[in-house]
Ligand binder design. Sequence first.
Ligand code: ADP
Ligand code: MG
Length: 392
Amino acid sequence: MTEDYQKLYTELKTKFDNADSLFQREIYPNFTDKHRSYMAKNLTKKIFNDLKDRKTENGVTLYDCIRAGTLSPHLTTGITAGDEECYETFKEIFHPIIMDWHKYDAAKQEQVSDLNPDKIKLSDKVLAILDKYVVSTRIRAARSLRGHLLPSSATPEDRLAVETKLKGIFEKSFTGDLEGKYYSLGALDEKQVEDLRSNGFLFQKPKSTNVLYHSGAARDWPHGRGIFHNNNRTCLAWVNEEDHCRIISMEMKGNIKSVFARFCKMSDKFKENAEIMHSKALGFIGTCPSNLGTGLRASVMVILKQFNEDVHLLEDACAKLDLQPRGSRGEYSAAEGGKWDISNKQRIGFSEVQLVQKLIDGLEQLIKWEEMLVDGKKDEVKKQVSEYQESK
Ligand code: ADP
Ligand code: MG
């Protein structure tokens, strides 16, 4: 085994239990300048006092939800849901965070889902342009099983029950091109883990800096965790990492429509076989409020050598196109060799079809600008970026 799981299990458990036992649940958290999360910003003493004695039917408390953001001050949302009901029971704190993060009013708006890949417009001409620059495409979203605790509050038994249910769905319904095998994390050998990780297929192990640690979602690691994938690794699913399940569709090159079609097929299999956490206002529900709504991140690894010379210009261009640039190895990493991970920025307030279309259209524009940069027209690109209308 590549990780020393016994050591990791003990370390995670000790650190979590120590921090947990020192925390005074009845007292308003001692937020410092380092607490930069939306939770710390929005949790007033009044909200804290109103909510501190409330519990969901499963027994999840406000404290369970804010533990991650209190003990890990650097986190951005700083809150996790321990079960589906948290978003309602503690809405006085969840709603303002959702507003801050998504600019979405959970009390008034409704989230519309559209998982029909036929509606995506991607002509052969545009596909040929994308294929010149795009190395690979990936679409992922979370799906949670109704009736179970979410990973941050799950008991070991419930975690295993979620894994068993998910395995059942993969075995029964992931047929044809989706057919594959489930690998329990603890049973993977060193070579398998290295192979899966280095290709971006497998999640990382929990670190003290990520949300898993203090939210409680790393407890009992690696039990109940695992990965499903088909033979050619175009259809993947992560089990019991930050969410019950992350479904992932990926393939080489830039056929975003084909990747989305497979994603929709996978999503449908879940819908047919399980009750999925979902609400009219919030769409698909998961652990972190940053992934509500569609929960969808459609990304391409794309080579933008010229933009790489001026990262600020790329950031400005992406902002105008409602896209988010990340480095080559995930969030907060560097772009090696000009390889950028470009994805939709929003998750809620738009349907899946709309977000995927935004990626296609935005990428086409980004590539046009990249080609202008190759031709030495940087001033013209800067002008076009600054004048670009977001509603276009
Ligand atoms: P997410 O939170 O959407 O799962 P991360 O930024 O944490 O995304 O990245 C997860 C992994 O997926 C990383 O290893 C990253 O390099 C890989 N990845 C993301 N987008 C793509 C893509 N379009 N093609 C190949 N790998 C990708
Ligand atoms: Mg991530």
